[in-house]
Structures are given as C-alpha cells and as structure tokens.
Design a protein. Structure first.
Length: 93
C-alpha cells in the first residue's frame, strides 16, 4: 500500500483552529486528530459525504466525531491527500 502524504489547505487550517476551540481543543491536538482520521482511512457511509472528494471520519472517546473532506491524487510513489475542510460534531455517525 502506498504512503499517504497529507497537505492542509489554508481554509482547512482555519477550520481546524475555529472548530477545535469551539469544542475545547487546541490547534495541535485538533490537527493530530484530523490526521489520525485520514490515516485510519474509514470513509463516511452517509454523513457529510462529498460528491467530488472522499470523506473520512473518526470517533473519539470524548464523544467527538471528526469528518475530514479530502481530495486524493495517486502519484507513482505515494497518495497525495489534500485536506479541504473538516467538520467536528458531538456523538457518533
């Protein structure tokens, strides 16, 4: 399996900061959770699905779900994953 390279767009960084603070998380902690959701690779079955991009999600023990909308481009040596935006919610999918 190819390695994923994660690139975060400026809009997504602002969303990580704003949404993380709303739920009591600092920027590095929220960013780590976003990357964990992408690396885990679990695609959302029905919530927050994008027509053009993949939506990954991960549920955390503190009752937060993080949805990460990404554009993926498969290169010869890796998969470049560009984070477009994130959504943070309380509860599970």
């Amino acid at each position: 399996m190819k390695e994923k390279t994660i690139v975060t767009e400026t809009h997504a960084e602002h969303r990580i900061l704003a949404r993380g603070l709303k739920f009591g998380l600092n920027f590095p902690e929220t960013e780590a959770r976003v990357k964990l959701a992408v690396y885990a690779g679990k695609e959302s079955a029905f919530k927050h699905r994008s027509h053009d991009h993949k939506t990954y999600y991960h549920y955390f023990e503190d009752n937060l779900s993080i949805y990460v909308i990404c554009k993926e481009i498969e290169l010869t040596d890796c998969i470049q994953t560009t984070i477009k935006t994130i959504i943070i919610e309380r509860g599970r999918e």
